[in-house]
Design a binder for this molecule. Structure first.
Ligand code: HEM
Ligand code: HEM
Length: 179
């Protein structure tokens, strides 16, 4: 099951980084689409990832009852994974449908309020915390990381994407203030 979850995680990772790039370019006014269909396909995979996450958590709790709970309490990575995952889940409620809706074939915009800006910045932060704590073990497991240089490259790319996403959302909020 962990293996299936790992494969799923890679798919979700690629889909949402791509959706984040498309979404950011859309918010910056560079392209007309944000990969909505892609995002919904990703949501299906995300649903399964959450179910696997819950099952793996329950299994870990059961196992830790037998061999000492204190290890679990000390395992900050274990809790960071779960807390950031949960934060993404909660913050997605502020994301889906936040930008606009279809009305008789026309796309009507919702106002992008300060609350939405904050929720989006938190969503992006939670997403990247979740990716940063998960991506290294994942790459080690897949045998992608051989030297330190590769690891630096991957963190550099992720950091640039983080800035792009956050910058795009702030730009979009600012353009609402000018109107
Ligand atoms: C777009 C959003 C997300 C991405 C890109 C993502 C990606 C990942 C990746 C790459 C891993 C590592 C998998 C492995 O090493 O086998 C992982 C693990 C995990 N994710 Fe997510 N995830 C996302 C959302 C969520 C959400 C919403 C939750 C729900 C609470 C969640 C819960 C977890 C848990 C609990 C683990 C650890 C599983 C274990 O013990 O092995 N994730 N995620
Ligand atoms: C955890 C990460 C993310 C998930 C799970 C996600 C999911 C989704 C989903 C399901 C939709 C479709 C909503 C609808 O039908 O109303 C959507 C739309 C959108 N997303 Fe994301 N998203 C994520 C991250 C991002 C990021 C980082 C950005 C850009 C900074 C972004 C930009 C957009 C935009 C602009 C739309 C509107 C598309 C439209 O109305 O045509 N998303 N997202």
């Amino acid at each position: 099951m962990r293996r299936i979850n790992t494969i799923l995680s890679v798919i979700i990772l690629v889909i949402f980084l791509l959706h984040g790039i498309l979404g950011s370019l859309r918010l910056l006014g560079v392209i007309p689409i944000a990969g909505k269909l892609l995002a919904w396909i990703g949501m299906g995979a995300l649903g399964a990832h959450v179910v696997f996450g819950v099952i793996l958590t329950i299994q870990t709790f059961r196992a830790s009852k037998n061999n000492g709970e204190k290890y679990l309490k000390q395992n900050s990575l274990f809790w960071t994974r779960r807390a950031s995952g949960l934060a993404i889940l909660v913050l997605l409620f502020f994301h889906i449908g936040a930008f606009g809706y279809m009305n008789n074939g026309n796309y009507m915009l919702h106002e992008f309020t300060i609350l939405k800006l904050i929720a989006h910045l938190l969503l992006i932060a939670a997403l990247f915390v979740h990716i940063f704590v998960n991506v290294r073990p994942l790459l080690v497991a897949k045998g992608v990381i051989k030297g330190k240089e590769r690891r630096v490259d991957i963190f550099l790319i992720l950091s640039v994407l983080l800035l792009l996403f956050a910058g795009a959302v702030i730009f979009y909020y600012t353009s609402w203030q000018v109107v």
